[in-house]
Design a protein around this ligand. Structure first.
Ligand code: S5P
Length: 368
């Protein structure tokens, strides 16, 4: 299943060693977190409601280093930037020590992916440390996302202050991101005798300005769990990271070797934003490559049958391999597990089992 590639030095190095040479601050952080939690497990929380997602994140949080979401499959996602589902996830991430990876697979022209990433009701960039891109439209999508993230980063230490005033709003100035915006809002109208809308008699002005803040803007303290912060490591850096979807786990996908290599080239061109890949194997090949690899399509045979058990696909194109194969043989770093954990009778215990097996495979790999 994985290509017979020359062994790259990153396959033998510990995550602590690789953290030091990581070109992306979030990769450095993640690798230190992995060593601290002794976990290279990402939960793909493909449940059906935002409520279940938060419940699952809280239960499984201690075993994982990344929580992967598909926000658009969840019923009841609350879009409020301060108190909604994204903010609550951020809170759980701080409590348990994990990063959030929105598996959005952006795949459009640069301008559109920028808007999908930073705007709209979900405002993915505000709560997801990591996102991924499906590079079919070309490298420009990577460049565009990198620019959007850099712009977002440049204003992250500022918070929006909103004030409202009545009348006298002469100016309507827009100084850009760090300036002041004034938007006339509908004010009271005088009615004609027959009840039709007449002339405007007052103007309400909503003023939004960005002010510097010392505390993290996106670590909103929103519920009782907020006081808890995972000990032993600082909070993650503000930098956002990208994974390029370079290989897929599904039967008959169209990502051939040439395509995968184009993904690797794009990653090398944007090392300050691209952390690595969603792939089926390690793609580090140049001496200076230090990318991280995350791999879905992972399941374990039932407990007690691991020695001789096999894992079938899901009947819808998904293929599964064990952590031993993916981490040990194919050299991936993080396993991504969805239904193997969330459909288990005891997801918490099952997550611990996957964590143990994936970590053991990593330890075996670096010791060989
Ligand atoms: O090649 C891929 C890439 C991804 S991101 N194959 C995948 O399965 N995924 C995602 O990983 C998929 O969208 C799903 O969220 C998860 C696998 O879920 P599982 O239930 O099959 O473990």
């Amino acid at each position: 299943m994985c290509a017979d590639r020359p062994k790259h030095p990153t396959l033998k190095a510990t995550f602590a060693e690789r953290a030091k040479s990581a070109s992306h601050p979030l990769t450095n952080y993640l690798m230190r977190l992995m060593e601290l939690k002794q976990s290279n497990l990402c939960l793909s929380a493909d449940v059906t409601s935002a409520r279940e997602l938060l419940h699952m994140a809280d239960k499984v949080g201690p075993s994982i280093v990344i929580l992967k979401t598909h926000y658009d499959i969840l019923a009841g996602w609350d879009y409020n930037p301060q108190t909604g589902t994204g903010a609550k996830l951020q809170s759980l991430a701080r409590k348990h020590g994990f990063l959030i990876f929105e598996d959005r697979k952006f795949g459009d022209i640069g301008h559109t992916v920028q808007m999908q990433y930073t705007a709209g009701s979900a405002r993915v960039i505000d709560w997801a440390h990591i996102v991924n891109v499906n590079m079919v439209p070309g490298k420009a999508a990577v460049q565009a996302l990198a620019e959007a993230a850099a712009k977002w980063r440049s204003r992250v230490n500022y918070e929006v202050k909103t004030s409202v005033s009545e009348n006298g709003a002469e100016e309507n100035e827009d100084n850009g991101h760090l300036g002041t915006r004034e938007m006339p809002a509908p004010g009271p109208y005088q009615r004609d005798n027959d009840g039709r809308k007449g002339s405007i008699v007052s103007i309400t002005t909503v003023t939004q300005s960005f002010e510097p803040v010392d505390s993290p803007r996106f670590g909103s303290r929103i519920d009782e769990g907020d006081e808890l912060v995972y000990a032993g490591i600082e909070e993650p850096p503000y930098e956002r990271g990208l994974l390029i979807l370079a290989q897929m786990s599904s039967t008959g996908n169209f990502m051939n070797e040439e395509y995968t290599q184009a993904c690797v080239e794009a990653a090398r061109e944007h090392k300050d934003f691209v952390m690595g890949f969603v792939s089926q194997e390690s793609l580090n090949s140049a001496p200076t490559d230090s990318f991280i690899h995350m791999t879905p399509g992972c399941q374990l045979p039932p407990d007690g049958e691991e020695e001789n058990g096999t894992v079938e696909g899901d009947g819808l194109g998904q293929n599964y391999n064990t952590p031993a194969k993916l981490v040990g043989l194919c050299g991936t770093d993080v396993i991504i597990v969805g239904r193997g954990i969330i459909k288990a009778g005891d997801p918490q215990a099952e997550a611990a089992r996957y964590r143990d097996r994936a970590w053991a495979a990593y330890q075996k790999r670096i010791s060989q």
